[in-house]
Design a protein around this ligand. Structure first.
Ligand code: TYD
Length: 203
């Protein structure tokens, strides 16, 4: 049995990536998963990570994200891929590079080294960045009960967005950037066109 395909959706908050990731997983009969928090251990970590009332150093934030990821790879992603099931994850290690690295200023070299420890050789086959300008994201966002990241200032979110674009431009063979500003169906069509060129194991 062949290994499944591993796709990751990335983007700033309100980019529409979660909707698209869920749709692709459903259409392709792949396993949908997300970070942070899609394991019992990760659920506890997510609660602390998003809690705006718990002050945290950027390094602590990064290490907890990485702990969640390490456990997620070991207990969810790798077993599915080895079983021939494709996996679609809403966020993966690029989120840590973008948010904790570009956004919070944690050293990117340190983050990359720690990521190797967390994921081993479990790299995505393709990362799809749904890119939207900050003003579009702000219009879409509902502003009640903002979490640690939603409550961060505009400059932080701008650095995260630029960080994503920087990551995508330095690994164009493994990243695709999709404009997330048009209506949902148009974004879906753009994504499906790209995905139809991939070697899906179950096809
Ligand atoms: P998520 O549940 O995807 O929220 P949203 O749908 O609003 O994007 O992620 C929760 C938050 O966690 C999000 O603001 C981004 C942040 N995050 C990081 O800062 N670093 C990471 O490594 C990950 C996985 C998420």
């Amino acid at each position: 049995m062949g290994r499944g395909l591993f796709l990751v959706f990335e983007g700033i908050d309100a980019s529409g990536k979660s909707t698209q990731a869920r749709r692709v997983a459903r259409d392709r009969d792949a396993l949908f998963t997300f970070e942070p928090g899609d394991t019992p251990l990760g659920g506890d970590l997510r609660r602390w990570l998003l809690d705006a009332a718990t002050p945290m150093r950027p390094a602590t934030e990064a290490l907890l994200m990485l702990a969640d990821r390490s456990h997620h790879v070991f207990s969810v992603i790798e077993p599915a891929l080895k079983n021939g099931r494709s996996v679609v994850s809403d966020r993966y290690y690029a989120s840590t590079l973008a948010y904790q690295g570009f956004g919070r200023g944690v050293d990117l070299g340190d983050l990359r080294a720690a990521t190797e420890m967390a994921i081993g050789s479990c790299h995505p086959d393709l990362t799809i960045l749904i890119d939207i300008p900050l003003d579009v994201a702000n219009e879409r966002r509902v502003r009640d009960h903002e979490d640690r990241f939603e409550s961060a200032d505009l400059a932080f979110h701008e650095r995260v967005r630029e960080g994503y674009l920087d990551l995508a431009s330095s690994a164009t063979d493994r990243w695709i950037v999709v404009d997330g500003s048009p209506p949902e169906v148009a974004v879906a069509a753009a994504i499906d066109q790209i995905l139809s060129t991939l070697p899906w194991p179950d096809a």
